[in-house]
Design a protein around this ligand. Structure first.
Ligand SMILES: *Cc1c(COP(=O)(O)O)cnc(C)c1O
Length: 397
């Protein structure tokens, strides 16, 4: 059994705050500051450039990738870190399209995160040649997979509603139709059990600053199924994905396996923070996380629905059909969220009307869920959200 009291104790959680936004930015692991500090002073400071060899900086993207692999069902040597998720989406999609050269259609859903769709759109424009991005509503994806589909590109858990796609079933359908799959695990990795190998996913990508708690700007990850690893050609062919970066060969030769998905210099300080965060995950069983996540989110849904009739559940009611977040709709959602944040309950808002709450068993307790419900109930009952200051839109919502 996972010791959730121990995992909670490993985080810096500010006094008086109920944090329900770890799905957007995970909190600070207590060990991260010292770990980053050591990298700054003992490695960068004292070793200088020698740290690339002596402190193992060059191997970090693959070493930490393997630790993330355990959480998503990817075997060692099939996950590497670097860049941001948007870049990794582009990279995976470009490689997948090239592996299915007779077809031109990228199929996705209208609920996908805009950056994923923007990256696909940009890639389509660059490729020209009849390439096309087609989006359908999430519930119509399965029926839309067909003989024209080159790549099915989906985010497993919808960032707005938490709705969960069936990765194994959709991948099987895509493969039967002759398509490849690119799965975005932004709201899955660290949120629920994921088995990219069992599902047969061809490519998977995700970020580390949400449920994995690597801190703002933490690197993304990419997984390539072993059957493609030495065939996938990285469209972003940077020097650190080269077979021999320090040969400085003017001709690009892709590196072995997942190494070729590296692009440029890795973010060493961010990876140091991620390493501290992954230490916490070492003792964690994802099945326990899932069970606790459902317990927390079900209690929240029941509490909010009983106390706040004006809030409409936007997430699937069946916990088996959603990730680790719960959303409610209200026309004044933004102001209500600001009123909550002012009272120490931090969730977030997604346009046009979604109040979003993430449930993260590593540090969220049932007492906090009850506390959040009570504060939300008071805000709704007394109309405390109805103030001009709560309608002022910030740059980040
Ligand atoms: C959070 C998120 C992103 C963010 O991409 P970055 O390049 O890391 O800013 C992309 N896609 C999805 C599905 C996300 O949830």
């Amino acid at each position: 059994m996972t010791d959730f009291a121990a995992t909670r104790a490993a985080f810096h959680l500010p006094e008086g705050i109920i944090y329900l936004d770890g799905n957007s930015l995970g909190p600070l692991p207590k060990a991260a500051a010292a770990r980053v500090g050591r990298t700054v002073t003992a490695e960068w400071g004292d070793m200088l450039i020698r740290a690339w060899n002596r402190a193992g900086w060059m191997e970090m993207p693959a070493r930490l990738g393997d630790r993330i692999g355990r959480l998503i069902g990817a075997p060692p040597g099939t996950v590497v870190l670097g860049d941001t998720l948007s870049i990794k989406v582009y990279q995976a999609l470009a490689a997948a399209l090239e592996l299915n050269p007779a077809r031109r259609v990228i199929l996705s859903d209208t609920g996908n995160f805009p950056s994923d769709l923007y990256m696909a759109d940009g890639l389509v424009r660059t490729l020209g040649d009849g390439y096309e991005l087609r989006t359908v509503p999430p519930e119509e994806v399965e029926a839309a997979i067909g003989p024209e589909t080159a790549v099915l590109m989906l985010t497993e858990v919808d960032y707005r509603t938490g709705r969960l796609h069936d990765m194994a079933a959709l991948t099987a359908k895509a493969h039967a139709a002759g398509a490849l799959t690119v799965w975005d695990l932004a709201h899955s990795a660290g949120a629920l059990p994921v088995d990219v190998t069992g599902a047969g996913a061809d490519f998977a990508v995700g970020c580390t600053y949400k449920y994995l708690n690597s801190g703002p700007g933490g690197p993304a990850f990419i997984h390539v199924a072993p059957r493609w690893a030495d065939r996938a050609r990285p469209a972003l062919s940077g020097w650190l994905g080269h077979e021999a970066p320090f040969a400085f060969d003017p001709a690009y030769r892709p590196g072995r396996g997942i190494e070729r998905m590296r692009v440029g210099t890795p973010p060493v300080l961010q990876m140091a923070a991620l390493e501290a965060a992954l230490d916490i995950w070492d003792g964690v069983d994802m099945a326990d996380v899932r069970a606790r996540s459902i317990e927390l989110s079900q209690a929240f849904v029941a509490g909010v629905e009983a106390a706040c009739p004006a809030l409409v559940l936007a997430s699937p009611r069946d916990p088996a059909r959603r990730g680790s977040q719960v959303s409610f709709r209200h026309p004044e959602g933004y102001a209500i969220m600001q009123a909550l944040i002012a009272r120490g309950v931090i969730g977030d808002f997604r346009a046009p009307d979604i109040l979003r709450f993430g449930f993260t068993p590593l540090y969220t307790t049932m007492e906090e869920v009850a506390g959040a419900v009570a504060i939300l109930a008071e805000i709704m009952e007394k109309g405390l959200w109805d103030r001009a200051e709560y309608r002022v839109k910030a740059a980040v919502t």
